[in-house]
Ligand binder design. Structure first.
Ligand code: CA
Length: 716
């Protein structure tokens, strides 16, 4: 960055307020008057506050003329010293937002064969240029943009610009910075420049899907593009690429069925992909040299290049990602995109900060960037043009890539109004798309009632939240490795387990419930973050042998798949996924992160069991009640004692072929005898070793429950 030496500093901190800082070293920081110069005119400033600081004196002045942001003003002190008026905290005021909010939908590059129009929002800039480079050329061409209304800068360039790289040069407070267009939809390798493309060349037919009615019908499976195919036994040729999903690998002796057919046959409905937009941390030129989950967002509307067959060709990643999504859709699998709008990779290097410094990020009371994300910056979603950016980006992915939902990383950083606006926009474009997020409470300077976090869930009725109460009651605390939940043998979490099974909504007068409706609850025990379930059990229950630990693992997943709400599985959870005890594998090698297809084959019984539970869940809507009222009517807990909890779905024949379903979860090491609460024969659908929708045998009266098991019984 260029450093500009000034005799003193003056900042526009509000539309009518200027802060002037005079250093102590000359005139003891004193000046009796200040004058504002604009073109040929001069205006005297009224000092309304004066504060003596150790190194300088601070003057807060009122200006009478309206300051025209983007124009050049000078400030002169009593001693005749001059400085330029810099843009200060004014950019974070409501009046700035009101003045410069731009509604148009033409931001970015609009290509036509004969000309391309470029539009950039840069209200604090005093000048903007665009720099082009033609394909295979070494020569840069510069043009100046013209400032128009609302801080918008435009230029229309004649000629066919397809394949031209471009960046913007923006001058703010006398400093020039080079930035990539945040509205870019295509880029060269490693995000260095945007590329003008012809959208006709990325058109793909959209594949129609079978209807999807209620969010509670979803069974989400979380997957990383690279993990899916990077294992040596995956049978997939194009390892780590979007293209891996279009392959149909032949089953092998060591790994059995792999690839897309495996996902299809497992029975899940939605594949949630870790970030697929451009991120930093993996060199696209040598992707095999490093690994990353992808939470370092760079270009929000460009697919990540390291998954492309040719990251130097801007079309490759786009076309291959679209083909991948179509491969999912052809198998009637929906795609949820993990989006990271809560922060950027490096604030200072981000296009946002270079184009409108200080606007896109939250700052604390001392004017320093806040860090609720733990990554060094928090996106200020409450600001109008930031909200618009997120909304525009979401709409772009829905319309252009036909994705079927979004998972918001650290949604608790964003604000309630933005999240509800996103949900509304999604509902218009794709009514059955689902929206979920991490509603954790984070230390970001936003009033508590505006944070999109779980405790405000009732004000975001159509948004689903990762449910940490479910996670911790079934598995035990994520943050205390040795804390055990119900599945790990704890008998003190039964009350929480009952709420978890009831969609975490209000079921009794004294239980408030986390959510208004069960469609808000993402029930999970494991995701890409933290220890896998298997790794946690291995530490927590190291005193038990492997067979017992496997039973506990299956019990935990059974609870997730049979609870009210939306079940969420981490890829490989169905075959005891392990990362060898690594708690945070965000940049660990493929050997730690990959889906081990051989392990899948070794634990095929577990896979069949989980897949059977999925079939059962899909076969009867009583497991997927969409409303709180229906849960209040049909969910009961007739037996709870020590190691055992019975969950009764009663009077449910309007939802499927059975009228009564009894689900018994048992976490004890000894068999347990119970008397069934209703007379007559019951069909066993799930026991300790088999799960599905077809009856295995009949039972009645007093029955014995196997150690650490799930039992599902059904009656007409
Ligand atoms: Ca990248």
């Amino acid at each position: 960055m260029i450093f500009i030496k000034r005799e003193f500093e003056a900042y526009l901190d509000d539309m009518d307020k200027i802060t002037i800082l005079l250093p102590m070293e000359s005139f003891h920081g004193e000046s009796a008057t200040f004058t504002l110069l604009f073109e040929e005119s001069t205006y005297s400033l009224e000092v309304i506050e004066k504060v003596t600081l150790p190194q300088m004196v601070k003057y807060i002045c009122k200006t009478t003329p309206d300051i025209n942001i983007g124009s050049k003003y000078m400030i002169v002190d009593e001693h005749g010293r001059k400085t330029d008026l810099q843009i200060g905290a004014v950019i974070r005021t409501d009046s700035f937002d009101e003045t410069f909010y731009y509604e148009g939908n033409d931001l970015g590059a609009t290509y036509h064969k004969g000309e391309t129009a470029f539009t950039l929002w840069a209200p604090t800039a005093s000048a903007v240029k665009i720099k082009f480079r033609a394909p295979q050329s070494e020569e840069d061409i510069h043009y100046s943009l013209i400032r128009e209304e609302k801080g918008i800068w435009r230029i229309t360039v004649q000629g066919d610009l397809e394949g031209f790289q471009y960046t913007y040069l923006i001058c703010v407070n006398l400093v020039w910075r080079e930035a990539v267009d945040p509205y870019a939809i295509a880029s060269g390798i490693n995000s260095g420049a945007a590329v003008v493309i012809d959208k006709d060349r990325i058109m793909t037919p959209k594949i129609p899907l079978l209807p999807f009615n209620e969010a509670t019908d979803a069974i989400i499976y979380e997957l990383h593009i690279r993990d899916f195919s990077s294992h040596p036994m995956s049978g997939i040729t194009q390892k780590g690429k979007y293209a891996a999903f279009s392959e149909e690998p032949a089953p092998s002796l060591e790994a059995g069925e792999t690839g897309m057919m495996y996902l299809k046959n497992l029975g899940v409905t939605h594949i949630e992909l870790l970030p697929i937009n451009d991120y930093g941390g993996v060199d696209e030129a040598e992707p095999d040299k490093s690994y990353n989950w992808g939470y370092n967002p760079l270009l929000f509307n460009v697919p990540e290049g390291s998954y492309a067959l040719d990251p130097t060709d801007p079309y490759s990643r786009i076309v291959e990602l679209k083909a991948m999504i179509n491969s999912f859709h052809q198998k009637d699998l929906r795609v949820i995109m993990d989006v990271v709008y809560n922060h950027v990779y490096i604030r200072e290097d981000s296009s946002f900060e270079k184009i409108v410094p200080g606007y896109f990020f939250r700052h604390d009371q001392h004017g320093m960037p806040s860090n609720g994300t733990g990554v060094g910056n928090d996106i200020a979603s409450e600001r109008k043009m930031v909200r618009k950016y997120i909304l525009d980006s979401i709409k772009f992915w829905l319309e252009e890539y036909d994705v079927d939902g979004f998972r918001f990383d650290l949604m608790g950083i964003l604000d309630v109004q933005t999240m509800n606006a996103i949900k509304e926009a999604i509902s218009i474009i794709k009514p059955d798309a689902i929206l979920l997020g991490e509603g954790w409470e984070l230390n970001t300077p936003l009033p508590a009632d505006q944070k999109a976090m779980i405790i405000n869930a009732k004000r975001m009725p159509e948004i689903a939240f990762f449910n940490d109460m479910v996670r911790d009651s079934v598995k035990g605390s994520t943050f205390n490795l040795f804390d055990r939940g119900f599945a790990l043998g704890n008998t003190h979490k039964t009350q929480l387990l009952k709420q978890s099974l009831s969609g975490s909504v209000q079921t009794e007068p004294h239980i408030k419930g986390l959510f208004l409706e069960p469609v808000q609850s993402i029930n999970y025990i494991e995701s890409h973050d933290n220890h896998t379930m298997w790794d946690k059990i291995s530490v927590c229950n190291s005193h038990e042998d492997e067979k017992i630990r496997m039973k506990r693992h299956l019990l935990a997943t059974s609870i997730i798949l049979l609870a009210q709400g939306i079940p969420f599985l981490h890829a490989g959870q169905e075959f005891y996924r392990t990362k060898g005890g690594e708690e945070n594998s965000y940049k660990s090698p493929d050997t730690v992160n990959n889906l081990d297809w051989q392990r899948k084959e070794q634990h095929l019984e577990s896979v069949r069991y989980i897949s059977g539970l999925i079939k059962l869940r899909k076969s009867h809507k009583a497991f997927r009640l969409p409303t709180t009222v229906e849960i209040q009517q049909h969910v009961k807990f007739p037996i709870e004692k020590g190691h055992l909890l019975m969950y009764h779905l009663n009077d449910v024949n309007k939802y499927g072929k059975w009228n009564h379903l009894l689900v018994i979860f048992h976490n004890g090491l000894l068999p347990e005898k119970i008397e069934l609460p209703m007379d007559g024969d019951w069909e066993v659908l799930v026991d300790e070793s088999v799960a599905g929708e077809t009856p295995i045998r009949k039972v009645n009266g007093e029955i014995l429950i196997a150690p650490i098991s799930t039992l599902v019984l059904a009656q007409y």
